[in-house]
Design a protein around this ligand. Structure first.
Ligand SMILES: Cc1ncc(C[n+]2csc(CCOP(=O)(O)OP(=O)(O)O)c2C)c(N)n1
Ligand SMILES: [Mg+2]
Length: 186
């Protein structure tokens, strides 16, 4: 299936399409939509008296989209304390560094001022992330965001060093090198 990536009618079209792949419940692709979907799931759960938590993974470039901040206000307004956003703060988006394209700092204060509880984590440290997921369960009356500091392309040196790999496949030679670096055999 993966070899049909970005082909018409493929289940993996590049952007997720509702019901074409198991588990994809919303058609998206325009950055910024996921947090609004998450708020909708929170409100739907309330109406249906279902006791679940909602997790939304956000990109930092995605946070340059205005819809994020509309959803952030809505989540705080509705005191969505079962909503947890995880922000992949890798400091890059498709076309370059966040600080150059449209800076987000001061990011912690921004989310706090929108009424969110904010935690920070090392996004490559699973134990740290799990500890933060546990800790924010105690937060009442407001949504939580875990700002996860990460490195885009982590583990493959030449991808880490070049943001233009964003939507570009590795060549066959690069794929061999990448596997070696990730396996620690190089
Ligand atoms: C509204 C909108 N604008 C632009 C794009 C094109 N686009 C796709 S991914 C991307 C960058 C996303 O950056 P980030 O959220 O930081 O994700 P990362 O690449 O770091 O995983 C852009 C601009 C899009 N999909 N939607
Ligand atoms: Mg990014």
């Amino acid at each position: 299936m993966i070899w049909t990536l970005r082909e018409v009618d493929s289940p993996v079209q590049g952007h997720p399409i509702q019901n074409l792949l198991p588990g994809v419940e919303a058609t998206t692709g325009s950055l910024g939509q996921g947090l609004s979907v998450g708020v909708g799931h929170v409100l739907g759960g309330r109406l249906n008296q279902l006791d679940y938590r909602v997790y939304v993974l956000l990109g930092d470039g995605e946070c340059e989209a205005g819809q994020i901040w509309e959803a952030a206000m809505a989540a705080a307004h509705y005191k969505a304390d079962n909503l947890v956003a995880i922000l992949d703060y890798n400091k890059f988006q498709e076309t370059g560094p966040i600080s150059r394209e449209m800076g987000l700092e001061p990011l912690v204060q921004k989310w706090q001022s929108f009424g969110w509880h904010v935690a920070e984590a090392d996004g490559h440290d699973v134990a740290d992330l799990l500890a933060k997921f546990d800790a924010v369960r105690q937060v009442k009356g407001q949504p939580s965001i875990i700002i996860a500091h990460t490195v885009k392309g982590k583990g493959v040196s030449f991808v880490e060093a070049d943001f233009t790999f964003h939507g570009r496949a590795l060549t066959a030679e690069q794929a061999v090198l990448a596997r070696e670096e990730l396996n620690g055999t190089r």
